[in-house]
Design a protein around this ligand. Structure first.
Ligand SMILES: Cc1ncc(COP(=O)(O)O)c(C=O)c1O
Length: 370
């Protein structure tokens, strides 16, 4: 029987196609360079220090993270410039943040007077000032201010603090994942930049320096050529892409660099095949932000027409063509619907190059939810 690299890998496992990943990294770095916009990759998608180090080498800039725990892992790997694209609330977290400030250049988001006052009360800065970005809600309806007056209030409050410095504005139009057409996708991408630039222009005209205007999501990359006035682009998913990006026409199947390797463990009926990867590996996403883009819990590269119809924790149940051959024991590659959620469920990833296992990398920042 013909040997395959998959014979060496137990399942379910996470595989990264190194050449595809590198291509995605280079293309994004090139795109940002061509637009004279700094690239600050969000590492929430991979959570792997080796990849973050490669990203900053290409972008000559820092990274973005979601959580203090992710920042702690990345600082340990030697990365110094980190934006925590999130609000940090509560004494315990602010004490951890104080420690991080001693090790690197940390920036965080604020969107409330209460949050700013907590930072002022609990942060010990050792004479340093913490850079803060005011988060702007550009349509996602998550965190962030939605009026100039609110931002003005916050800038005043930051000014009153001896521990904080106002650095600029940050937004993330995650609602782009719910765009019902390419037209809306473009509108959301351009609108995010237009809105945040309006905040900057307002305060600049009052003599307030605004150094950073940080926006971004992976889908908005396709309209980066129409975006003006921002300083920093912060995509995360682009490193691997996933089936949701394919459904949104942001990426092609060929560009998807992350797969879950699974084994066919049963064919109890002609139209039903069962695999050993369930919701604990593939996640339950079928779209984002209330937009269901696919009826399958992933795209099977070897069987593009099979639908992963149901998941229990350890099983994936496929609806298949009665006449198609599925051998029990054979292995299949699944492009997950949402790669960021899937990496969070594995301890390590196999790095595949030239049809060989080049390395195994630990997903060190997985599960860092605090
Ligand atoms: C605040 C923030 N910035 C950037 C990103 C990156 O977006 P994407 O994964 O679409 O590239 C995310 C993703 O969730 C985010 O929450």
């Amino acid at each position: 029987m013909k040997q395959s690299i998959y014979d060496q890998i137990d399942t379910p496992s996470l595989l990264i196609d190194h050449a595809k990943m590198e291509n995605n990294l280079l293309q994004m770095a090139e795109l940002c360079k061509s637009r004279n916009i700094k690239l600050r990759p969000h590492i929430k998608t991979h959570k792997i220090p080796q990849i973050a180090l490669r990203q900053i080498k290409l972008s000559n800039n820092g990274i973005a993270v979601s959580k203090l725990g992710e920042a702690e892992v990345m600082l340990r790997s030697g990365i110094r410039d980190i934006v925590i694209a999130n609000e940090i609330i509560g004494q315990q977290k602010i004490l951890r943040l104080s420690k991080l400030m001693q090790q690197g250049e940390i920036t965080i988001c604020v969107d409330s007077v209460t949050g700013i006052r907590q930072l002022d009360e609990y942060l010990y800065t050792g004479g340093k000032r913490l850079k803060v970005l005011i988060e702007v809600d550009t349509g996602m309806n998550r965190c962030g201010v939605s009026k100039i007056d609110q931002a003005s209030n916050l800038i005043q409050e930051i000014d009153n603090s001896s521990k904080l410095t106002f650095s600029g504005f940050l937004s993330h139009s995650g609602n782009i994942y719910a765009a019902s057409s390419q037209h809306f996708l473009e509108r959301i991408a351009v609108d995010e930049a237009t809105q945040i630039a309006a905040y900057a222009n307002h305060f600049k005209s009052q003599g307030i320096p605004v150094n950073t205007l940080s926006i971004g999501s992976t889908p908005s990359k396709i309209h980066l050529d129409k975006i003006e006035g921002i300083t920093e682009f912060r995509p995360g998913n682009y490193i691997f892409y996933d089936y949701i990006q394919v459904c949104l026409k942001v990426a092609s199947i060929e560009e998807c660099a992350l797969t879950v390797l699974a084994t066919i463990i049963s064919r109890p009926a002609k139209d039903r095949v069962v695999i050993d990867a369930g919701s604990k590996c593939l996640g339950l996403d079928r779209g984002a932000h209330s937009n269901q883009l696919t009826n399958s819990f992933g795209y099977i590269k070897e069987y593009p027409h099979a639908v992963i119809e149901r998941l229990s924790e350890e099983h994936g149940i496929l609806k298949v063509d009665k006449n198609e051959v599925f051998e029990i024991g054979s292995k299949i590659n699944i492009i997950p619907n949402h790669s960021c959620a899937v990496t969070n469920m594995f301890d390590e990833a196999y790095i595949i190059e030239n049809a060989k296992v080049k390395d195994i990398w630990r997903i060190e920042a997985r599960g860092k939810v605090t």
